[in-house]
Write a protein that binds this ligand. Sequence first.
Ligand SMILES: [Zn+2]
Length: 300
Amino acid sequence: MERNRMRILVVAGHPADMFDHCGGTLKHHIDNGDAVTCVSITQGLRIHDEVISDVFRHKVGQFTEEEVQKLIAERQKVKYKEAVEACGLFGIKDIRFLDYDDEILTVSPAMITKLAKLMREVQPNVVITHWPYQGDMFSNHHAVTGQLAMAAITAASGVNFEDRNPACRLSQIFFMLCPDDVFPGSALGYTRQAYAQYYVDISDCADLKVKAVNTMKSQKYDLKGYAKKTTEYWNGNFGQKVCLPYAEAFVLNSPEVGTLLPLSDHREWLGTADEGELLLRRASLSATETEIEERTDYKG
Ligand SMILES: [Zn+2]
């Protein structure tokens, strides 16, 4: 049976989330002819930007309101340019920004309506978003983005008389995981950890992951060692769980259905390989061996 083209919409909290959670997976789908659109809900300036988050945190009183607004507009441009460049490494071209300030991020009717409008326009049949229970669920941008996406999915599935685009009903929702989702960093996250049910082998593009992370200079991700360390910790760690060098991990929101039980080639191979083959399969260090230009002179 001919495979239908997938239309994927990624709903991310911050610009870099559009590729650092699932960039390898998106590259595979784009190479496969599927349509991919990414949207970042916030500008990601308050917590991630080198100038805004570091300088304003301590010295905002030294700037006039006009200067603050000017600097925010400038830094937004820098960050968006980096995110577009990083996404481009994976072949992602359709990138949207909803421009919300990340000072206070909470699920609101206005944001749900805006995101639902985008869904009706893009007409995805698959949405990828954050695990809605990350951290303490409430103050965590990723968790709130996941909750917002779920609310928008419900809104977009119904008729809106002010929107000329048709309603949009999904086939599947995937939650893209980061290490915090499976290993919570605070007591409030305990019991809400995600169980990764599906791993995508991204060993063929671990180098792209490192290069993309390193592109986010406005977030200081080019500091010596960071891009490689985070890729090893994140994708290397997920990979080791299923005997792969590098992987991206997901939770399926709805159970898959078939006439037979699912058994992947990799899972089948795991049942037959000897211990040496298993170790060799997971031993690649291509992320740490990737050549990138790193900053070594950061003074803070
Ligand atoms: Zn983020």
